[in-house]
Design a protein around this ligand. Structure first.
Ligand SMILES: [Fe+2]
Length: 372
């Protein structure tokens, strides 16, 4: 893990984006080019996230996680593929994981209005939010932070378009009404044996959405109190692109400089740019000492389910087209990925083909047919 590399990650001032000042806009595009293009991540300041609200939210969320398991499971919605409400530990799995159990519990909520038509076509990924009745502050803070993170994400996408010499709204315009989602996470304390085995809190993976925003989290000591990072190997690490000297990339701590948040590239942005921006692998490492927990938050900006996931025309080299074929709809891709990571049942894939084969048998049997 390289401190020098950590220092080389640029900081993007969000107020430079679309500021109308060519020099500042160029600076923002350069930060994207160097940050997301070279390293896969960028630090962002002037992002509009209120740190006091974030702290207050973590207090609320942690209080909720202390409820008895049975109570929390009232909000666990397997029927919604866990896309809203509570996700119990050991539910999700990373796609390229070694199959270890999942040591986190989470909450999912959408801070942005979804497209009502898409919500009918893909009900499980655009359901109404699930909220605890008696925790209005949890909901208010959740929605406010989710919305602020989303706004920051849209600004970053405009800077991405600038950096790639595309019309500024190229990416932001395909996010309207999409299944954006904000997640609150708590990584659970490990015991001595699990620490010894090097069990990870979250195995290395890439996110399947367009762009992920990470406002930073807290470590918790054995008594559940906020504490400093227990050791310099624990927490979120992001893998940079391979380069000379470290062909496998290097793991950079996801801890942003003071006042900044982290943004990273998801698979959808990689596909649309034909790999000019690569989805950022990341891992959440548990402390070497047992008993610590961690809470954090992430906002996932998605493209609308109608978006065709394939390199955009400026990136359609033969190599890119071959790498990302066949083109698929984002909604289809979402379903497939949610099955892959264990949140949707495998039967969900049967929705992706023709489902009326039985009609022919019925016609041949001379049964009366319903007219449309
Ligand atoms: Fe992730």
């Amino acid at each position: 893990m390289s401190g020098a590399l950590h220092d080389a990650i640029p900081i993007l001032d969000l107020q430079d984006v679309a500021s109308g000042d060519p020099e500042r806009e160029r600076r923002a595009a350069l930060a994207i080019e160097r940050g997301l293009g070279r390293y896969g991540l960028v630090y962002v300041n002037n992002h509009g996230i209120d740190p006091a609200a974030l702290d207050a939210f973590y207090e609320e969320f942690l209080a909720l996680t202390t409820l008895p398991d049975a109570e929390k499971r009232r909000w666990a919605r397997a029927d919604l593929w866990f896309q809203r409400g509570y996700t119990p530990p050991n539910t999700e799995k990373a796609v390229v994981a070694g199959g270890q159990p999942d040591f986190k519990e989470c909450w999912f909520a959408a801070p942005i209005e979804v497209d009502p038509v898409a919500a009918e076509l893909y009900p499980e990924i655009h359901p109404p939010n699930v909220w605890p009745d008696d925790r209005p502050r949890f909901r208010t803070l959740y929605e406010a932070i989710g919305l602020a993170l989303h706004e920051a994400g849209l600004a970053l996408l405009r800077a991405c378009a600038d950096a790639l010499a595309l019309p500024r709204e190229t990416f932001a315009s395909v996010t309207r009404g999409a299944p954006h989602i904000t997640r609150a996470l708590k990584y659970l304390p490990l015991d001595a044996q699990q620490c010894e085995q090097g069990v990870l809190w979250g195995e290395e993976h890439t996110d399947f959405n367009l762009l992920t925003l990470l406002p930073g989290g807290w470590f918790l000591d054995r008594d559940g109190h906020r504490c400093a990072r227990p050791d310099d190997r624990s927490g979120l690490f992001l893998r940079t692109r391979g380069a000379e000297g470290h062909p496998g990339g290097a793991l950079v701590p996801g801890t942003a400089p003071p006042g900044c948040i982290v943004a990273q590239v998801g698979q959808q942005l990689e596909i649309l740019t034909g790999g000019r921006l690569l989805a950022t692998p990341h891992v959440i490492t548990a402390p070497k000492t047992p008993g610590y927990a961690r809470t954090s938050m992430a906002h996932f900006v998605h493209v609308h389910t109608d978006t065709r996931l394939f390199p955009l025309p400026p990136f359609q080299t033969r190599e890119a087209m071959m790498a990302y074929r066949p083109p698929v709809l984002a909604g289809t891709y979402d379903i497939k990925t949610l099955v892959d990571i264990g949140l949707a049942p495998p039967e969900a894939l049967s929705k992706l083909g023709y489902r009326h084969y039985d009609r022919l048998a019925s016609v041949r049997a001379g049964e009366p047919q319903e007219t449309a």
